[in-house]
Design a protein around this ligand. Structure first.
Ligand code: NOJ
Ligand code: NOJ
Length: 367
């Protein structure tokens, strides 16, 4: 259906021929941040954005098993109804962030009428996609849900951080559109989400824990370390000191150090003398396809370093290592075999390309 973003064209082992709310929002956001700014691409991106909004409205109003928390859809736009880790409450937050970014660009271009008719209507109950997601996030962020990797049900730093971001950015848009009661409510909820982040700090180790209060899912993530916390900062995209606080920043830096140390031990591909940087997987205990480095996590660390203006040589090294393991014409799958360096799992993973682009084009965000 129009507006569908397949996670990968791979239809077996693994079958990724679906529209994941998370992947689709992140990929579409990369198109807004990069493609939309390039005159020769703007029209095609705009066509996708219009279709994406149409697909979003259909998904939000479909009879999905967990409503707005439903993680994935068939390519015809109908909700996937087999067994799955659901709900995944990062999805509506990421989708709101993406659509809010587009709405703000439209308002800047004088197209506020389009924003009001297509994206945000200031009504309750709402008929508009951004407000539907913001209402859901503002009322459900305390609920446990499955994590970014679809494996653990509980409270996750990643999910909370992108929920906070959706509410902060939602407050800004609601104010621009004169919906001040909603703006106040989103802000109040954003502050409460922010307070809830405190409990994720591991004060002894100086790191951030990925999950608290687990209620379901796999139980072998003993290190509690996960690149997901870094992805939360990148996908939340809030670089002011009230949100990306010095305390968070130093805990993220420390978490990355610990993760690098452990991936350096776990992945023989990192032993090579010529390596320019330690490539990373999702988390040390990962067993999915055997547990390997991923493109999107490797590029994410490069993006984080560039955006925070640190370890810039290593950031270049991470980009180079990722590209070294890519195929001809920069073809990229999901994972890189930990011993052979060959790619594996879902081929042409759409998110791998988005992660490359946002890392490649990233600008420093810190003064
Ligand atoms: C599929 C999920 O997408 C992946 O993240 C997970 O590791 C495997 N299922 C195993 O649970
Ligand atoms: C597995 C990943 O763990 C998950 O984050 C992603 O949404 C799906 N694959 C689809 O790419």
């Amino acid at each position: 259906a129009p507006g569908i973003v397949v996670a990968s064209p791979s239809q077996s082992d693994p079958d990724y021929y679906f529209h994941w709310v998370r992947d689709a929002a992140l990929v579409t956001n990369a198109l807004i941040q990069i493609g939309y700014q390039i005159p020769a691409l703007k029209n095609r991106v705009e066509m996708h954005l219009n279709d994406f909004v149409e697909a979003t409205v259909k998904q939000q109003t479909s009879k999905a098993l967990t409503g707005l928390g439903e993680p994935k859809f068939f390519v015809d736009g109908s909700p996937f109804d087999g067994p799955w880790g659901r709900p995944q409450n990062d999805g509506p937050a990421l989708r709101a962030i993406t659509l809010i970014n587009w709405a703000n660009l439209l308002i800047d271009q004088g197209e506020i009428v389009k924003v009001r008719t297509l994206l945000y209507d200031s009504r309750l109950p709402t008929q508009s996609p951004i407000k539907r997601d913001l209402e859901y996030v503002s009322q459900n962020w305390r609920e446990p849900s499955f994590d970014i990797w679809e494996e653990v049900k509980g409270d996750h730093f990643y999910t909370r951080y992108v929920q906070m971001s959706a509410l902060v950015k939602g407050e800004g848009l609601a104010r621009r559109l004169g919906d001040s009661r909603a703006a106040d409510w989103y802000r109040a909820q954003a502050e409460e989400v922010q307070d809830s982040l405190d409990s994720f700090f591991d004060l002894k180790k100086g790191t951030l824990r990925t999950t608290l209060n687990q209620v379901d899912g796999l139980n072998y993530k003993s290190s509690e370390l996960d690149v997901a916390v870094v992805l939360g900062i990148l996908h939340g995209d809030l670089w002011d000191a009230t949100h990306f606080t010095p305390k968070i920043r130093s805990a993220i830096d420390k978490t990355i150090e610990e993760l690098k140390e452990s991936f350096n031990e776990i992945y023989p591909i990192n032993y090579s003398k010529n390596k320019k940087a330690v490539i990373l997987g999702r988390y040390p205990e990962d067993r999915y396809f055997g547990g390997h480095p991923w493109f999107l996590t490797t590029f994410a660390i490069a993006e984080y370093y560039r955006k925070t203006k640190q370890n810039l040589v290593e950031a270049d090294g991470l980009m180079a290592e990722g590209l070294y393991h890519a195929g001809a014409n920069c073809q990229m799958d999901e994972q890189i075999h930990r011993e052979s360096g060959y790619m594996l799992s879902a081929y042409d993973l759409t998110w791998s390309y988005a992660a490359f682009l946002t890392a490649h084009w990233s600008e420093p965000q810190i003064k």
